[in-house]
Design a protein around this ligand. Sequence first.
Ligand SMILES: [Zn+2]
Length: 73
Amino acid sequence: MKIYYHCEMCGIDIAVLDVEHVDEVKLGFNCLTSDERKDIIEVDDLRNTMHVKSLCDDCAERLGLNREESRIH
Ligand SMILES: [Zn+2]
């Protein structure tokens, strides 16, 4: 499955992961509530892809956030 990370603010593609198995713990999805999950994660079964809302470095900086995006890599 391909996991696409999009910036919620400006819409650019941040990263694409190609995984055989979606490891929710590794991806940090296990920390999300079911509401957050619905809001952040969108699964496209037909295309075998997953879309995840995130923030790019620029937008995170603009918002004054210092989110740890390094766990994506
Ligand atoms: Zn952005």
